[in-house]
Design a protein around this ligand. Structure first.
Ligand SMILES: Cc1cc2nc3c(=O)[nH]c(=O)nc-3n(C[C@H](O)[C@H](O)[C@H](O)COP(=O)(O)O)c2cc1C
Length: 188
């Protein structure tokens, strides 16, 4: 039987009605049996402060433990001012330190950006990928997922409305599962 991979899902928005959170939840219901999604919350993390490296705050330690326990990471994020929201960058920084003790290193990853706009958060998606290179997170290249028109993406129950978008997301999830397999094997 194929292994089930635990995927830590990081949502880059704290907004109550976040489109990105809705997509993260929808993806969890659409995922193949090989992927088990868990949203790891970032809203309660203190702002990263290097002075705390010797004695990090409890929420930061707990966050790092959740990332460390996952087999892979999925980022679902909006674009803020053509980059990643500060809360997401803070979570990335918190997870990356103290130096040499990053929780991210070697975890296969993927990025989806959602925006009401037409460009689908391309800028945030790629700024995030820049950090992932340094963090040694092998980020899946294809299919790229810039989801535009996010305001019309979901029905009342939070399901993705358009069949072609559902099909694309299923393809994305299947590719991510394969990506995790390959990159986990590569490390073993
Ligand atoms: C501070 C701020 C900056 C934004 N900058 C961008 C942007 O650069 N590109 C974009 O497509 N949307 C931008 N938006 C609009 C967001 O895409 C929109 O609010 C979206 O719904 C946020 O994602 P969420 O629904 O998951 O919270 C911005 C929104 C805020 C609050």
């Amino acid at each position: 039987m194929p292994k089930t991979h635990r995927v830590a899902v990081i949502v880059g928005s704290l907004r109550r009605d976040s489109l990105n959170r809705k997509l993260a939840k929808a993806l969890a219901t659409m995922a193949p049996p090989s992927l088990a999604f868990e949203i790891v919350e970032i809203g309660g993390l203190p702002l990263y402060n290097q002075d705390d490296d010797a004695n990090p705050p409890a929420p930061s330690v707990a966050f790092k433990e959740k990332i460390a326990a996952a087999d892979a990471v999925l980022f679902v994020t909006p674009e803020y001012n053509r980059s990643v929201p500060g809360v997401l960058k803070n979570a990335i920084d918190v997870g990356s330190r103290p130096y040499g003790k990053s929780a991210w290193s070697g975890k296969p990853g993927a990025v989806i950006s959602v925006s009401p706009g037409a460009i689908g958060g391309f800028g945030a998606n790629h700024h995030l990928r820049q950090s992932l290179v340094f963090l040694n997170v092998p980020a899946m290249a294809q299919p790229e997922a810039y989801i535009g028109g996010g305001g019309d993406l979901f029905d009342e129950a939070g399901a993705v409305k358009k069949p072609e978008t559902v099909k694309f997301l299923e393809k994305f999830l299947a590719a991510f599962s394969t990506w995790i397999e390959r990159n986990t094997e590569a490390q073993a």
